[in-house]
Design a protein around this ligand. Structure first.
Ligand code: PBG
Length: 313
């Protein structure tokens, strides 16, 4: 039966393919007789590999082609790392499902050292994330932080050939690729506040495609959705559309949301932090009010400076 086929638009990086296969398997397990096909695509973000993302238009580069495929009915859903999903969607598309979150933490990866604190002065640490960079530099101003791009395998290769003493990657990505053994230390949120949505997989589709939305419904994880909603509300109130030095992380404990956030200068010289606690149904307003507090405490000036150097796309 043709209407029992569902098509997933996906990038072809090993991480993207893992996530697409994960959603395929979950959907097929929930719906007997449903056949799920992958539609592999190349995005601009996959092609431009040598320039810091902030300079070439930011995270949106990885999702535009997938969204075109949805709009032109060449695919039914797109599977994303929530961390890479821009704040706005094209007309007619939306994020309808967020799967259960995996480990949200950043990972310290090194062949020589056990932790950030064990690194000698002058050690070279690789990351292209302004968020990771500012938190690293704030704690260890004596380190040399160098840009590091490419997919997870490429980044590990650059560590292994000696270009870096250590690199920072997401725990979730390493676990998905069966590379958990490379993690020397999972950094607690106090040390490296995660990015919005880190560790969670989200699913986008055409909002008027009710058949697909019904099929996706059992994959939604309410607790993860609440947490990511608070994180994204915080980010949306701050962000101008390009890569930014912002951490935003929510936990849900005993029915209460605890949202922490930071905005920092990329060189770690300034850092504004804040937190909010409240009921989950106020996820969005908690995020917005925390963002406004940060803006009033200096984040406005920090972000203005970041955007001036690298204007949003
Ligand atoms: N920026 C790329 C990216 N997008 C999502 C993940 C990891 C998986 C996740 O956070 O869901 C990664 C790799 C990394 O940051 O190390």
């Amino acid at each position: 039966m043709l209407d029992k086929v569902l098509r997933i638009a996906t990038r072809q990086s090993p991480l993207a393919l893992w996530q697409a296969h994960y959603v395929k398997e979950r959907l097929e397990a929930c719906h007997a007789g449903l056949r799920v096909e992958l539609v592999p695509m190349v995005t601009r973000g996959d092609v431009i590999l040598d320039t810091p993302l902030a300079k070439v238009g930011g995270k949106g580069l990885f999702v535009k082609e997938l969204e075109m495929a949805l709009l032109e009915n060449r695919a039914d859903i797109a599977v994303h790392s929530m961390k890479d999903v821009p704040v706005e969607f094209p007309q007619g598309l939306g994020l309808v499902t967020i799967c259960e979150r995996d480990d949200p933490r950043d990972a310290f990866v090194s062949n020589k050292y056990d932790s950030l604190d064990a690194l000698p002065a002058g050690s070279v640490v690789g990351t292209s994330s302004l968020r990771r960079q500012c938190q690293l530099a704030a704690r260890r101003p004596d380190l040399v932080i160098r840009s590091l791009r490419g997919n997870v395998g490429t980044r590990l290769g650059k560590l292994d050939n000696g270009e870096y003493d250590a690199i920072i990657l997401a725990v979730a990505g390493l676990k998905r690729l069966d590379l958990e053994s490379r993690i020397r230390l999972a950094l607690p949120p106090e040390l490296s506040l995660p990015a919005v949505g880190q560790g969670a997989v989200g699913i986008e589709c055409r909002l008027n495609d009710l058949r697909t939305r019904d099929l996706l419904a059992p994959l939604n994880h309410e607790e993860t959705a609440m947490r990511v909603k608070a994180e994204r509300a915080m980010n949306t109130r701050l962000e101008g559309g390009c890569q930014v030095p912002i951490g935003s992380y929510a936990e849900l404990t005993e029915g209460e949301l605890w949202l922490r956030a930071l905005v920092g200068a990329p060189d770690g010289s300034q850092m504004v932090r804040g937190e909010r606690r409240g009921p989950p149904h106020e996820a969005e307003s908690l995020g917005i009010s925390l963002a406004e507090e940060l803006l009033n405490n200096g984040a406005r000036e920090i972000l203005a400076e970041v955007y001036q150097g690298e204007p949003p796309a």
